[in-house]
Ligand binder design. Sequence first.
Ligand SMILES: [Zn+2]
Length: 343
Amino acid sequence: MDLLVFDHPSLEAHRSPAKHPERPERVLAARSAVAQLPRRKVDRREAPAVTADEARRAHEAAHVARILGLSEEIQDLDGDTYAGPGSREAALRAAGGAAALGRALARGARRGFALARPPGHHAESDRAMGFCLLNNVAIAARAAIDAGARRVAIVDWDAHHGNGTQEIFYDDPAVLFVSLHQWPLYPGTGAPAEIGVGRGQGRTVNLAMPPGAGRPDYELAFHDVVLPVLEEHGPDVILLSAGYDGHLRDPLAELRLEEPAYHALTHEIVALAERRDAGLGIVLEGGYDLEALEQSLFATLASACGQSVRVPRDARGASEPARRSIDLTRGALAPHWSALAHR
Ligand SMILES: [Zn+2]
């Protein structure tokens, strides 16, 4: 299966203050993951700049105007969220690549990857936050809908809760948002009881994983909640908000995922996408240990384009705290999903 890859040289030009974990070298690590795939499988595209109209499908006009109006001046947009020379172009290309990916998937492409930097999932409809300027995956989801997808699902396995993506789709029944994240951790949202509002009730799914959670815990969450809900939602396009700060070696979180976990979890999503003939798009989020980022992203992309890698079974069971938390999510959502009510 071929992989469409959206990338742009400007993604490196978003300069970070000294010692900031969200640094340009992350782009090189991601490119090196792509370079390890068989060349014939990769269809490279230059990421276009997102248009104001595309960005306004996920953000308020004032926020889009703020990003379009960024100057070369170094500014702090939200505590740890900076902008400076190169940031405007990088943000527009990251979001534009994601939008182009969403559109391509809605029109029949089956697998793709948007190399996005700055990341996006903390950016809310009206503000930059947590290293994120524009919400790339949210813009991709709306671009997919605008290009004809009826239902989209976003699975976010970054170690931090995707508060921005949740906020943007909280009342939207067409876009299912599923987040697996460490709890407690920045930004503090993403409790199991947060399930959406109005017509979107039940379409937000939060799996609050305890510190130390690893592959057996994530596999249980997939089996008990993520996969049944995805299947019942019935997406034409599945987007993966792929952050790798859940890796054992990542400095910003305390989860214990490793490459075989990313391979195995991607495989489950790929199998579901194949059953439904849905497109699958991977959008880069966080991940701050460069080697872990490169190798885990490679595991995801290889799995997405059908390369089988032998993943040893993990015989350990899920931990009690993880089971309790997964049960809380299932209980909160059971009234909204028949696939959960019967379990
Ligand atoms: Zn993160």
